[in-house]
Design a binder for this molecule. Structure first.
Ligand code: C2E
Ligand code: MG
Ligand code: MG
Length: 676
């Protein structure tokens, strides 16, 4: 029922009784007057009947009296007619009133809204049957007590105030309050109380119209909840977490002692779980991680009470920011060490195997910590820094915890700028390909080249070491490498036909981590090989040891797919990845490239020399060729030759050069033997 209709109905109801009362009053007068006149007339007629034939009652007075009586009789007749008319009017009004009453009864009895009339003391005078339907109370149940009885104790004062206001101002206001259902549950009602007006006097009675809005409220609450919570884990989402963080920041600003920390937790290699076991398993794992985090924080709260505010429930300080990212707000942490301890405990908790549908899954998590300080303007800044620290933890080997420091911020700003510039650079065609020769140690001739990216910026050449990680992280590497592979293969084809050496020249190209996880990688490279018409076994794909040995089964399947193209495969930077050597025989690769750290130290450091010797031995036992990277001195070459290493690449022969210079090197190589 809208408030306007609520206001209109009492007014129209008040109008009718007033009119009825006016007519009723008039009727009293009329009947009183009629009785008086009738008595007077009767007296006159009696007088005329009994005394008029007397002789002394003749003459002008008698005539006048008769005239008067006749006049009076006519008047009474008229008056009676008027009275009958008024009577009929009154009957009509009464009929209307009865009809209206019936209609009102019909409406109140059938309305879904609960309608009640209460007196000044709060006693219920009338309750519509809807009370029974909605709240389970019969009229007798309700009439037995006061209207306050079923109202929620904490809402009573508000309800009483609203009733008082309605009585004093004559206008009711909308109010929401809770009322107990007969079964003990609480229902939320929306109600308006209007005073009953009797004549010009305002009555103490109130008509209260109540509507059950429990379901609507529940739906509203659910909507509000889902706007601020993650659908999968039911943890607070980023928006709610940011809001809490903002409050924590404000508290810390007011009280310098209120230090807090934000932990940014990211599951390592979660994508692999999703890709290999499916999204359903991934989702279930996230739910289990969420509950373990909640449980972990609860224990933390008990073990190190100083770490968290005792009144705060663990769920309140925890959020899922999206994907496999979670955030934890730790209040009252005295220093970053406290936060690191919690982070370590979280990592320990998460490192225990998860059982998802009977499958054991082991994960690790990288955690970034941002510690509160006055320099933070907003929650998002803190979250950003915790995330940056988490990225650092990932880059420095995963399953680690890093605390944010301002230097990280400037690095991040630099990286961001680099990313924007790199995008522009790619569009402008600033990325070019350089070639570094790979030389056969036996013949001293160039057997192939490694294609390496160069970013030629107006302000100078940018090293791949600076932009390749950014390109890989942002996925730009896919564009860069596609172009590089196409160009390098075309170049190879042209050099092969120009120089026609035997065995034919090879072209080595690096496969980046991002590329390695592309499902279409083999197909794409196959298309490039076909498009450029190079013989597949002259194309050499270099895969870094850390990626090749990362996830054994997955890597094996990718490497097998690549091998099926007929291309050559090398493991790049070998010796740096702590790879499991037992796995190496299963990999269909053709060569190992010894990392240049070992080559540069091999003549000064015994261990490095040993490593180089063992790698060569290992490679040979697996019938793999060995390429030594970063050869800079004659001594290194002599030693490498002695150890039986087949090929070398390094500044001693040539740094990476542009295609024209590389072509010049080829001419020289096939006219005279290079530095043999
Ligand atoms: P990498 O594949 O191990 O390439 C060899 C790196 O060693 C090259 O560095 C090369 O210039 C450098 N180098 C060669 N000989 C010597 C030497 O005698 N002394 C020293 N100090 N360094 C030498 P660059 O070109 O800076 O590339 C660095 C890394 O960036 C590469 O390591 C490779 O992993 C990556 N990279 C370069 N270009 C690309 C590319 O187009 N795609 C992908 N995915 N990665 C690339
Ligand atoms: Mg390489
Ligand atoms: Mg290398």
């Amino acid at each position: 029922m809208s408030s306007s209709s609520q206001n209109a109905s009492p007014r129209s109801r008040r109008k009718t009784p007033l009119r009825a009362r006016q007519i009723e009053g008039r009727e009293w007068w009329l009947w009183g007057f009629a009785v008086t006149v009738t008595v007077a007339l009767t007296a006159g007629i009696v007088f005329l009947t009994f005394f008029a034939d007397r002789a002394e009652f003749t003459g002008p007075y008698a005539t006048v009296l008769r005239e008067w009586v006749r006049g009076l009789a006519a008047f009474v007749l008229l008056f009676d007619l008027y009275t009958m008319y008024q009577h009929l009017q009154l009957q009509r009004v009464r009929r209307q009133l009865a009809e209206r009453d019936e209609l009102f009864q019909l409406i109140t009895e059938n309305a879904a809204d609960m309608i009640a009339v209460v007196d000044g003391t709060g006693a219920r005078l009338y309750n519509s049957p809807a009370y029974q339907k909605v709240l389970g109370y019969s009229s007798e149940d309700l009439a037995a007590g006061s209207s306050d009885d079923q109202i929620h104790p904490s809402d009573r004062e508000r309800v009483d105030q609203a009733a008082h206001k309605a009585r004093t101002t004559g206008r009711g206001q909308r109010l929401e309050y809770r009322m107990r259902h007969k079964d003990g549950s609480w229902r939320i009602l929306e109600s308006t109380a209007s005073p009953i007006q009797s004549g010009h006097r305002r009555d103490e009675k109130l008509v209260i119209v109540n509507r059950d809005i429990t379901e609507r409220k529940r739906a509203e609450e659910m909507l509000a909840h889902s706007a601020l919570h993650d659908g999968l884990t039911d943890l607070p989402n980023r928006a709610l977490f940011a809001d809490r963080l903002q409050h924590a920041l404000m508290r810390a600003r007011r009280h310098a002692d209120n230090k807090f920390a934000v932990l940014f937790v990211d599951v390592d290699e979660f994508k692999i779980v999703n890709d290999s076991l499916g999204h359903r398993v991934g989702d279930e794992l996230l739910v289990q991680i969420a509950s373990r985090l909640t449980g972990g924080l609860r224990e933390t709260d008990l073990v190190a009470r100083s770490v968290m505010v005792a009144s705060q429930s663990p769920e309140e300080g925890l959020a899922r920011l999206g994907g496999d990212e979670f955030a934890v707000l730790l209040e009252d942490v005295l220093n970053p060490i406290g936060a690191i301890r919690v982070a370590q405990r979280i990592q320990e908790k998460l490192s225990l195997p998860f059982d998802v549908g009977g499958q054991q899954i082991v994960i690790t998590a990288s955690i970034g910590v941002a510690y509160s300080s006055n320099s933070y303007a907003g929650a998002e800044d803190l979250l950003r820094d915790a995330e940056l620290a988490m990225y650092r933890a990932k880059r420095t080997g995963k399953a680690r915890c890093e605390v944010f420091d301002p230097a990280m911020h400037s690095t991040a700003v630099h990286r961001l700028k680099l990313e924007t510039d790199l995008r522009k650079g790619i569009e402008r065609g600033e990325l070019i390909v350089y070639y570094q020769p790979i030389v056969s140690l036996q013949s001293g001739k160039i057997t192939g080249f490694e294609a390496l990216s160069r970013w030629q910026r107006p302000e100078g050449m940018v090293s791949p070491a600076d932009f390749i990680p950014v390109a890989d992280e942002t996925g730009l590497i896919l564009t860069i490498n596609r172009a590089l592979m196409l160009e390098a293969c075309q170049q190879l084809r042209s050099w092969q036909s120009q120089f026609g050496c035997d065995p034919p020249l090879t072209m080595s190209m690096n496969v980046s981590p991002k590329q390695f996880i592309q499902p279409e990688l083999a197909k794409e490279i196959g298309a490039i090989v076909q498009q450029t018409g190079v013989t597949p076994n002259t194309v050499n794909l270099e895969i870094m040891e850390t990626i090749a040995m990362g996830d054994a089964d997955r890597a094996l399947s990718v490497i097998s797919d690549l091998k099926a193209l007929g291309v050559l495969l090398s493991i790049d930077d070998f010796g740096t990845g702590y790879s499991s050597l037992s796995r190496l025989p299963r990999f269909p690769v053709d060569a190992l490239k010894i990392d240049r750290v070992f080559i540069s130290n091999m003549n000064t450091d015994h261990d490095s020399h040993e490593i180089v010797r063992l790698i060569v031995m290992l490679a040979h036992s697996l019938r793999l060729k060995v390429v030594a990277e970063g050869t800079e001195t004659e001594d290194q070459i002599t030693e490498l030759k002695r150890l039986g290493c087949e090929m070398a690449q390094g500044y001693l022969y040539s740094p990476p050069v542009d295609p024209k210079t590389a072509c010049g090197l080829l001419h020289r190589s096939y006219e005279e033997v290079l530095l043999s």
